[in-house]
Design a protein around this ligand. Structure first.
Ligand code: G3P
Ligand code: CA
Length: 246
């Protein structure tokens, strides 16, 4: 009975593959997204920047060095140069030739019924280009937006009022100061470093109508703790483990 009670009380959380299935594949590539879908992830998370020539590209750092071995600042480099770089090789020969994706390429992989969580790593300058990509994608209703910057997530919610938008934070003190404002500006929730997620914060958020998601959780036991206290999205490098254990 207790078991049944638990099942009823806890809806299945969304399993969000962090930078795709980045445990095995090069993060933020089409290969990484496709492998996440093969694991039946509910969503794929990725990071975006704006290139010098206003293309929205998928990469975590503001610089290409770590993932391509070549040292370019994304915002100061045009897309045709960025596209010559190999973003796959560092993760193994089998991924050689993976490019830094354009956002539209990776959105195109999203299957029906699945979501894509787009983290805006740069500033509001990306919004006009982002709007174009989103409008042309044919998958607008499958997109969710997240950002650490308050100004950027507020402006994103204004631009895409129909899309779920979550403010990211890794600081408990910042969260306390911003919860009411998050509800006021119409955000759908907050997306927190799992280390700062406790029962009280989840309750406070829920009382304001805000959902709580968390990142980056690779330990199923930790994920179960989070789900038990009401977290509805688990961002993980290990969608393979999480899909079978929650
Ligand atoms: O999903 C949120 C999480 O990705 C934030 O941290 O550094 O992996 O982008 P980071
Ligand atoms: Ca991210």
């Amino acid at each position: 009975l207790l078991f049944l009670g638990n099942l009823i009380a806890q809806a299945q959380p969304s399993i969000i593959a962090h930078r795709g299935f980045s445990f095995v594949a090069p993060e933020n590539t089409v290969a990484s997204a496709q492998l996440a879908w093969q694991q039946n992830a509910d969503a794929v998370e990725l990071d975006i920047y704006l290139s010098k020539d206003n293309r929205v590209v998928v990469i975590h750092d503001n610089n290409t060095k770590r993932t391509t071995g070549q040292d370019y600042k994304v915002a100061e480099t045009s897309a045709d140069v960025l596209r010559t770089l190999d973003a796959g090789l560092w993760k193994g020969e089998q991924f050689k030739g993976e490019k830094i994706p354009f956002l539209e390429e990776i959105i195109a992989t999203v299957p029906d019924g699945k979501k894509m969580v787009v983290e805006i790593k740069c500033g509001v300058e990306v919004l006009p280009a982002l709007q174009q990509v989103v409008d042309r994608s044919g998958k607008k209703e499958q997109l969710i937006f997240i950002a650490f910057g308050w100004e950027i997530i507020a402006a994103t919610k204004q631009m895409f009022p129909e899309n779920a938008c979550y403010w990211l934070s890794g600081s408990a003190a910042d969260v306390q100061g911003k919860l009411e404002d998050a509800a006021k500006i119409g955000l759908d929730g907050i997306n927190l470093n799992y280390k700062i997620v406790d029962e009280k914060t989840v309750e406070q958020a829920k009382a304001l109508g805000l959902e709580v998601l968390s990142w980056t959780v690779d330990d199923p036991e930790e994920a179960r703790r989070l789900v038990k206290i009401g977290v509805t999205g688990i961002t993980t490098n290990r969608p393979d483990l999480m899909k079978n254990s929650l």
